[in-house]
Structures are given as C-alpha cells and as structure tokens.
Design a protein around this ligand. Structure first.
Ligand SMILES: Cc1ncc(COP(=O)(O)O)c(C=O)c1O
Length: 384
C-alpha cells in the first residue's frame, strides 16, 4: 500500500493541514524536549526528514516566488546543471521528476513502450518487500510483476532467484532494486549488483532506486551512477530531494542514465514537471554542504538513540543505512500501532511478508528521545 492510501486509511487527511502546513514548533531541531500531543503528533511513519529544509533553501524558495509568474525553464536548467556537477555527469544524463515517484513511473512507462515496440513480453522483478511505487505503476500499465521474497535473517535480496526470474523470461525484464532497500534500511553490496548488470543482456533493464544514498556510510555501497558514467545503457538511477534535503513537500526527484536512456525516460515525464520554488530549493540545498552534514549527523544521532533503546529492550533490528530503521515488535502489530497512535506517535507499518517487523522513521534526536520514552513505557506495561 502506498503512502497516499495509508494516509487516507489512517484518517490523517482531516489533520493534514495541521501536520503539513508547518513543522510543529516542538519538533524543530532546536527544541529541547518533544512531547507528542494531539496537536503536535510524532510522525515517524513516512520516512520524512523532520529536521526541515536548509535555511538557505527556504530563502531560495521565498526569492523564487517573486519570479514565479514565469515558466520555470531557467531554474530547471540550473538545477539539472547543479545535479550533474554534483554527481560528475552531464546535463544530458539527468531527467527531472516531480519527486522520484514520477521518475519511477516514467521508467516503467519507457520500458513498457520499449517492449510494445519490440512486440516483446515485459515483466517487472521486485524484491519483496520493497518500496511499492514501481509495482503500482507496473500494475497500472498491465505489466506482470514478479515478487521475489527477501531471504535469510537479515532480509537480503535473493539475487539468485531474481536473476533466475530474468533468465527464464522470454522478453524484457525491468529489475527494480532499491538500495538501500525500503523498508529494511539495509544495503545490498554494489559489487553483487554490478556483477549482475555485467552478465545480464540488453533485455534486462535495471532501475536502481537510491532515495537514501546520501545517508549511507557502508563502503559496500557504491552509487550505480558509476555504471552510468561507465556508459552502461540499461541502467537508470532514481534519486530524490525528499530525504536528505527534507524537501518531500516540494516534489523534486531525478533519473540519471546515459543520454539515450535518459531521453527515453524523459519522454514519459510531464513537461515542466517541477516548479520554480522546488527547483530553487534544490539548487540551494545541493550547494549547502553544511546542511547536508547536519542532516546526516542528525540521523546518525537519532539512530544511535533508537539502537541503544532497542538493544536494551532486546528488540532485534537490522543495520540501518537510512533515515529509518526496521525493527522487531513483540506481540500484535496492529495493537502496537494503535497504542502508539493513542500516545500520539505514528510509527510505520508492517511489510508482509516480513511480519513482526516495524519500519520506524528516524526523526530529530529530540523526537527519537520522545519515541524511546513511549517505547519503554510500553515495555513497563508488558505490551512489547
Ligand atoms: C525508496 C523510495 N523511493 C522513492 C520514494 C519517493 O520519493 P519522492 O518523494 O521523491 O517521490 C520513496 C519515498 O518514501 C522511497 O522510500
């Protein structure tokens, strides 16, 4: 289930104005103590970055508004250039998206169209569980979806089974590999993925979703952008400004691919899909190296707070390389979530077939201290 449906089913739409209009004062980074309440709930369910945007990005948005009566072409170009410069690629290798969700949609459509023109069957291969966007868009265009369950105690990609699914298929396979994966927060060693890319033929297209790449410290992860730089045509990398840059509400994402692949993806993205405010914020965010470090260290501190508590409570967790963590919950999951909600804490959900685990977003350190307080209270009551 995607975030939009979850939002509706959790009855959160009614309160959306209160949640979305501003970061609640109590969750600002400089707050000393965060006390979840009905008015200022603790939102740890959608992997947002509650640090809020960089001050420079906010100033850039305010400035961009003055020129927002014009179409955003100049700012789009500047953002594309800045992304290209940051990654060491050319502008022709960057396709902008209205969030990386649109980028993923465009890739699915581009591959479906490639198959249609070739008169070839087409399928999507995804690990299970993973971020659901690619599957949702594939369903919408009638593309078959092969779900390959994660394997072992660390819930790793079953690469052998994924490769077999591609090998056994007479047609085009789109492989969606989210690295680090959502919801597990773990990294698949890039060497393993690269080996597959090298042995796969042109009928296997790889979509590497690196939404959380900027948080990763594990040296086993190397961005698949390196494959694009090496000229590999059947690789697309999706990235976003929603996570490290805390810009989820401004909707900026992008694809990185070799020129022709990038153009094919771009053909399925809507024209002027990003707006002037988002573009200006994106440019300022990429240049604000101090904020990037702050964002990373805030998540690292939050993770340490949560890991310490989970260890003390004997609750298993996977090694997180992102701004969320996947951890076990003892007892009934639905009950856990509803009890958390009663305490004004909105935790993430369970991701079947990985049952018994909860995905928890890492908010600010103050927020995570508040979460730990509630979690320990639950233990004292014998609930977890
Ligand atoms: C793995 C992954 N990819 C993409 C997205 C969507 O990001 P965007 O806000 O750029 O659409 C998310 C959002 O949670 C995600 O977890």
């Amino acid at each position: 289930m995607l975030r939009r449906s979850l939002f509706k089913s959790a009855g959160l739409l009614a309160g959306a104005a209160a949640f979305g209009s501003a970061v609640p004062a109590a969750s600002a980074a400089d707050a000393k103590v965060f006390v979840p309440s009905e008015k200022t709930p603790l939102l740890l369910n959608f992997n947002e970055n509650s640090l809020g945007m960089s001050a420079k990005a906010k100033a850039a948005v305010a400035d961009a508004v003055n020129g927002a009566f014009r179409y955003p072409d100049a700012l789009r170009e500047e953002l594309q250039e800045e992304i290209a410069k940051t990654l060491g690629v050319k502008m022709e290798n960057v396709s902008l998206g209205n969030g990386s969700s649109e980028t993923i949609q465009a890739v699915v459509h581009a591959v479906a169209e490639k198959a249609r023109r070739a008169g070839s069957p087409v399928q999507l291969i995804v690990p299970d569980p993973t971020f659901g966007c690619a599957e949702g868009y594939a369903d919408a265009v009638g593309m078959a979806v092969v779900k390959v369950p994660l394997t072992g105690p660390k819930l790793a990609f079953d690469l052998d089974a994924m490769k077999k699914a591609a090998r056994d298929f007479k047609g085009i396979s789109l492989v969606y590999a989210c690295n680090p994966n959502n919801p597990t927060a773990t990294v698949t060693p890039s060497a393993l993925l690269e080996a597959w890319v090298k042995e796969a033929g042109p009928d296997v297209v790889f979509l590497f979703d690196e939404a959380y790449a900027e948080f990763v410290t594990d040296p086993a992860f190397v961005s698949a952008v390196e494959l694009v730089k090496a000229g590999v045509p059947n690789v697309v990398v999706a990235r976003t400004f929603s996570k490290i840059f805390a810009m989820a509400g401004l909707r900026i994402g992008y694809a990185v691919a070799v020129k022709d692949t990038c153009s094919a993806v771009d053909g399925f993205a809507s024209v002027d899909n990003i707006n002037a405010a988002g573009a200006a914020a994106g440019i300022a965010s990429l240049r604000d190296k101090v904020f990037i470090e702050k964002s990373k260290s805030s998540v690292e501190l939050s993770r340490a707070i949560v890991v310490k508590a989970l260890t003390e409570l004997g609750l298993e967790y996977l090694p997180s390389q992102t701004n969320f963590i996947f951890h076990k919950i003892k007892g009934d999951h639905k009950l856990y979530k509803s009890r958390m909600a009663e305490s004004h804490v909105f935790v993430g959900r369970e991701f079947p077939p990985a049952v018994g685990w909860n995905r928890l977003t890492l908010g600010t350190p103050e927020e995570m201290k508040a979460f730990v307080k509630v979690l320990k209270d639950f233990r004292a009551k014998g609930w977890i």
